[in-house]
Design a protein around this ligand. Structure first.
Ligand code: MN3
Length: 197
């Protein structure tokens, strides 16, 4: 199987003015594409050459001789998931059902938003902030470095924000907190988050 760059779920200008078409062009066509291209090269004549993406990720996680394969495979998955976590005119409030689950886990929607932002801002260096469902079905926050992702830790991803500088530098420069605020207020696709539960 050759891994493919999945289509973006919206036009490259659809998230303006919050995330510009310029950022999405570089992020999707250069960064995401590079992970796909590198993964396909690394899997040429490899035993996992015909495996599905999630199998490649789970088979390479934590293996010191498969770091390159894991990093590229996980980044392919992470970016596809991240695109789906956003939509034009996103943000606002989740459905009553999802809101109740968030309130049960975090006390209130505002507390959840503040804690998610804190996780995203305090992830040192490159990585990802996540809302996840753990093995017991409880909602939790997680931050991961570089390409690392919830499935490698037995958790289900529900929402992610890419906090690698390439995700925000052209639009926000060093202001990661402003990018995360904008992501939460204007871009989150709560219907997608709910669909992952
Ligand atoms: Mn990225």
């Amino acid at each position: 199987m050759t891994h493919q760059l999945p289509p973006l779920p919206y036009e490259k200008s659809a998230l303006e003015p919050y995330i510009t078409a310029n950022t999405l062009s570089f992020h999707y066509e250069k960064h995401h594409q590079a992970y796909v291209t590198n993964l396909n090269k690394l899997l040429e004549s490899h035993p996992l050459e015909n495996a599905a993406l999630e199998e490649v990720i789970m088979s390479s996680a934590g293996k010191s001789n498969m770091v390159g394969i894991f990093n590229n495979a996980a980044q392919v998955w992470n970016h596809t998931f991240y695109w789906n976590c956003m939509k034009p005119n996103g943000g606002g409030e989740p459905s009553a059902n999802l809101k109740a689950k968030i309130e049960k886990a975090f006390g209130s929607l505002d507390k959840f938003l503040a804690e998610f932002k804190e996780a995203a801002v305090t992830q040192f260096g490159s990585g990802w902030a996540w809302l996840v469902k753990d093995g017991k079905g409880d909602l939790k926050l997680l931050k991961t470095g570089n390409a690392d992702l919830p499935m490698a830790h037995g958790m289900t991803a529900l929402l992610t924000c890419d906090v690698w500088e390439h995700a925000y530098y052209l639009d926000f420069q060093n202001r990661r907190p402003d990018y995360v605020d904008t992501f939460l207020k204007h871009l989150v696709n709560w219907d997608f988050v709910e669909s992952q539960m």
